[in-house]
Design a protein around this ligand. Sequence first.
Ligand code: ASP
Length: 327
Amino acid sequence: MKTILKTLAFGLAAGSSLVSVAAMAQDYPTQPVTIVVPFSAGGPTDTVTRLVAAAMSEELGQQVVVQNVGGAGGTLGAGQVAAAPNDGYTLLLHHIGMSTAPALYASLPYAPMEDFAPIGLVTEVPMTIVARKDFEPASLEDLIAYIKENGENITYANAGIGAASQLCGMLFMDALDTKMTEVPYQGTGPAMTDLLGGQIDMMCDQTTNTTSQIQAGEIKAYAVTTPSRIAVLPDVPTMAEGGVENFELAIWHGLYAPAGTDPAIIDRLSQALQAALADETVGNSFAELGTYPVPADLATPAALAEKLEGQIGLWAEVIAAAGVSAQ
Ligand code: ASP
């Protein structure tokens, strides 16, 4: 009898908490939502996130706040969100690093496929090989010869192991079979400040961080990593034009919640993301920065889950082939 009563009491308690979870999902969001950017403010991931957050905020009728948690190539911020309450109020906007980190770190504080609930893809951004404006090489061909000759005397900024800038530099150095001196930052926002100040020689970074500085002549651009030239930087050649074959890199971004978040909340967020990406202001701002929002059918949990899984496998092979060992 005691057991039956206990079971009944448990059933009632569980039932009422189920009701309150459902009610929570229906009312969601009732307070500001935070999107963690795992890099410094002012960098490319931050820029993309702030544009999307402002539009999502209108759609959700709640403030969407951006919090920068830079460090360790994005793995600190991602780890923080993996461990956050799965109530829909702490999200992560991360890029390709979500898929490269498992191959680059011997141990990670999270498992990308298990510890997150994907919400949707956001954008794909081309990379640019850039340098301080008085850097000696005049063209991509000159740059390649210069790097081969000067190797480790050249300083190369990145946002730490697991960052897109580190991935691009790693692939570039591998393609040229040489090494430069890597200088890690918490994001490429501060790295850009040093590039502009001439304290660092080179960087490979997203157009969302480099386009306006290239257009203003404040930094030199040697190449874009897309198969064809891009509209906002028509004078910048592709890697293939400079003789670097099979070097194509687009930095995809995704929005995630911690695993176990109510599917109704994930659905609400995915719809808000789709609406944000269809917003004209977001579209125009993205275009000015050399990128574009993904179509609505990719701003979905299924599309992001598929992308992430495929990319984890792909990068594990590429990174192993480049002979880079996990840290
Ligand atoms: N996009 C940069 C990188 O991964 C980081 C940042 O957004 O600051 O290199």
